[in-house]
Ligand binder design. Structure first.
Ligand code: F0G
Length: 463
């Protein structure tokens, strides 16, 4: 039985003071930043929901573990502690540390797709995975279940892969598919979980066609919690058992430890395949570092190892996912539609639906991110037209199906009262929604334009 959680399952030993800048200052800072929240200094942000990646708080045991870091170039004890943690928690035999998740993606894809022209199926690629596939001259193929594109439909496992579409792709193009990836949870689809049944099915298909099957395991523990809560047959299993079963269906995983290993930097590639491991170490040495440190300090590996044990604690996960659900409820009450049901790490506001007077080329998600900062000092990230960029052929905006604003919740950092303040900020934005103006570029970089763009507003910003 799930225990009732009444409050955060930790108490606070150290605090980091922060303050809500005045409205006047927020407006001035946003104008200076060219209406781009990425260009704000963090000291001017009150509640920072830009990402849940590398922004979490470490536990006392993780801070203590830092002091036992073995900083040897080769054969560091800290590496072996990390390897042991990955073996115990995930069940993968071989581990290569990397500086973060995209480092592991680079090593894996360099190993499995040395030649271009290959197709990589995924439930939905995260941006960095997609960029690495494209960099290797491959083609990322998103194969989510169709309901993934219906934000208001509540279903338990909207992160699932469309297994029929996968089977159909493999039956036609097997020779062109060097690996299959499943992203847990599905970040680009709203942080939605993947079911055990779907993992099993995709694993069987991969096995039948002899294609390596890897997990993008950034948020594996959050995914396991949803399986326990929602999938028949798993309520009595521990999170540890569920995680090991999830991983047992794959040949290995890439991991951004900045999420579910509860650290501020780090990642790894893990696999059970000794031949693949040997090949991958060659690329790891080139891109990341010697295979027993992979671009990390020994102390980083110590904190990661400890984080992997902590993240599968059910009480931690109930609080974590409960906090995201609480924020979702606050946002709904404030009158903003969200991607339903809320995912594990973030609430995604359907800005396109909230601001129907703004056309996609007037950037409704981005306008909402500016408004949220001005109204409440809250920073969030647009997942819409600005992020999507332009089409290679025509140079037109590559409008995605949804114009979203993601409120990502850092782990163990904010309390429910912070979430109340975010809810109030959303309510203030909803009150002014009809007056919010669209935006246009005054500076646009040719790639990854969202990071450095500057904007003007089509009308005066409402006071
Ligand atoms: N895969 C997924 C699903 C991710 O969400 C991320 C990062 C990565 C891979 C890359 O990991 O940042 O350690 O190199 N997501 C962050 C975010 C940046 O805000 O969602 P990394």
């Amino acid at each position: 039985m799930r225990r009732e959680i009444r409050a955060e399952p930790y108490r606070i030993k150290m605090v980091e003071p922060m303050t809500l800048p005045s409205r006047e200052r927020r407006v001035a800072r946003m104008v200076e930043a060219g209406y781009n929240p990425f260009s704000l200094r963090s000291r001017d942000v009150y509640i920072d929901l830009l990402t849940d990646s590398g922004t979490g708080a470490m536990s006392d045991l993780q801070w203590a573990a830092l002091l036992s870091g073995d900083e040897s170039y080769a054969g560091s004890d800290s590496f072996y502690r990390l390897e042991q943690a990955v073996q115990a928690v995930m069940g993968f035999r071989h581990v290569i540390p990397t500086h973060q998740g995209r480092g592991a993606e680079n090593v894996l894809l360099s190993t499995l797709m040395p030649e271009g022209g290959k197709l990589v199926p995924n439930n939905m690629h995260f941006d960095t995975t997609k960029a690495h596939v494209l960099h290797k001259r491959g083609e990322p193929v998103d194969l989510p279940v169709p309901v993934a594109y219906s934000p208001s439909v509540r279903q338990d496992f909207k992160g699932n892969m469309d297994s029929e579409a996968l089977e159909s792709l493999l039956s036609r193009r097997r020779a062109d598919v060097p690996l299959i990836i499943m992203t847990l949870t599905c970040n680009s689809g709203g942080g939605q979980p993947v079911s055990m049944a779907n993992l099993r099915e995709v694993s069987q298909i991969a096995g039948r066609y002899g294609v390596p099957f890897f997990l993008d395991a950034c948020r594996f523990a959050e995914n396991a919690y949803f399986i326990k809560e929602r999938e028949p047959g798993y309520a009595a299993c521990s999170i540890g058992q569920i995680v090991r079963e999830m991983m047992s269906y794959a040949d290995g995983c890439t991991m951004s430890a900045k999420k579910d290993a509860l650290v501020n930097i780090g990642g790894f590639l893990a696999t059970n395949d000794p031949a693949l491991y040997r090949q991958a170490t060659v690329w790891a040495v080139l891109f990341e570092g010697f295979p027993t440190y992979g671009g990390l300090a020994g102390r980083d590996m110590e904190a990661m190892a400890q984080g992997l044990y902590e993240v599968i604690d059910e009480e931690y996960l109930a609080d974590r996912i409960g906090q995201v659900a609480y924020l979702a409820e606050r946002v709904r009450l404030a009158g903003a539609p969200i991607v339903e049901p809320p995912g594990g790490h973030a609430v995604y506001i359907d800005a396109g639906a909230l601001l129907p007077h703004l056309k996609p080329y007037e950037f409704p998600g981005w306008a909402m991110s500016v408004a949220l900062y001005i109204e409440g000092g809250v920073r969030a990230v647009e997942i819409g037209t600005v992020l999507a960029g332009r089409k290679a052929g025509t140079g037109e905006h590559d409008h995605p199906r949804l114009e979203l604003l993601r409120l990502a919740v850092p782990r163990r950092v904010y309390t429910h009262r912070h979430m109340d303040a975010v809810g109030d900020a959303v309510a203030a934005v909803v009150e002014k929604k009809r007056q919010l103006p669209g935006l246009f570029f005054t500076y646009e970089a040719p790639v990854l334009r969202h990071f450095t763009a500057r904007f003007g507003t089509l009308q005066e910003w409402p006071g």
